[in-house]
Design a protein around this ligand. Structure first.
Ligand code: MF3
Ligand code: CO
Length: 260
């Protein structure tokens, strides 16, 4: 089912989005060389609960995972890209870390992910990979508008990622979001303009380009959750929750300094 939010729900979506963005920003600042992934999960738990929000992940038990996820945040390092389960691991200089967080606040969900480098090292391949997902996300947001179609967004993402020389895996992609994290429509990371569900004001979408440096094949960790590149290559993932407005799309998961 596709939910269309009313004005009150959109106001609450802005609050949920700002919360997710601010938590991710705070965790990004704290995550440094030597930080344990379990510590990041602990901080995420404290911040989500202190804000009076509910985690979308702790009890989440979809067919593609094993049992409830059991953590507040996804932490994916280097070759890990999606559903990274926090585990006893210390971050090292130059690690490419992806944090992915979704919460429900006052009945509305928001979902966002950010990839960044730990420490001061800026390995060019990692920088390029992150930049490609960020540019794809920007293009997706620019392509999202009332009267347009989900295929416009998918096409915009796919054009940037393939144009940057990557092959796209379409096993996982973006999604509708509203009272819960995962809803219709699915937003593939490649597609044809003019195809798919017609967008209208009040539709909330989580748009999430992700990419692997030299493969389009995923493998699952023994934990039943963490998805890695089959070749062990670096990966990146950028996600925002957006709402379709009368004029285009508004990004709900920008951290405070970037908000208008
Ligand atoms: N937030 C992820 C997404 O973007 C889903 C993570 S599910 C989890 O759709 F259980 F792994 F956390
Ligand atoms: Co998502």
């Amino acid at each position: 089912m596709i939910e269309v939010l009313d004005a009150g729900q959109v106001r609450r979506a802005r609050v949920a989005g700002a919360l997710v963005a601010d938590i991710l920003q705070a965790l990004r600042t704290r995550a440094s060389v030597g930080t344990n992934l379990l510590q990041i999960d602990q901080w995420a738990e404290e911040m989500v609960l202190a804000a009076g929000a509910t985690s979308c992940y702790v009890d989440y038990a979809p067919s593609f995972g094993r049992g409830p996820f059991g953590h507040y945040i996804c932490t994916a390092v280097n070759d890990a890209v999606l559903h990274g389960r926090p585990h006893d691991h210390q971050l090292a200089e130059g690690d490419l870390l992806t944090l992915d967080l979704a919460v429900v606040k006052d009945g509305v969900a928001a979902d966002s992910a950010v990839s960044f480098l730990v420490g001061a090292a800026r390995p060019p391949q990692a920088v390029a990979l992150i930049a490609a997902t960020e540019r794809a996300l920007d293009a997706a947001i620019a392509a999202a508008r009332p009267g347009g179609r989900t295929g416009d967004i998918s096409h915009a993402i796919g054009t940037v990622l393939t144009g940057a020389g990557y092959t796209v895996n379409n096993d996982f992609g973006g999604h509708g979001i509203g009272s819960t994290m995962h809803q219709d429509p699915h937003i593939a990371n490649t597609g044809r303009p003019g195809r798919g569900y017609r967008l209208r004001p009040g539709v909330l979408l989580a748009v999430e380009p992700w990419v692997m440096a030299d493969t389009d094949e995923l493998v699952t960790d023994p934990d039943g959750w963490t998805l890695r590149s089959a070749t062990g290559c670096l990966t990146a993932h950028s996600e925002h929750t957006i709402v379709i407005t009368e004029h285009g799309a508004e990004v709900l998961t920008l951290p405070s300094p970037d908000r208008g």
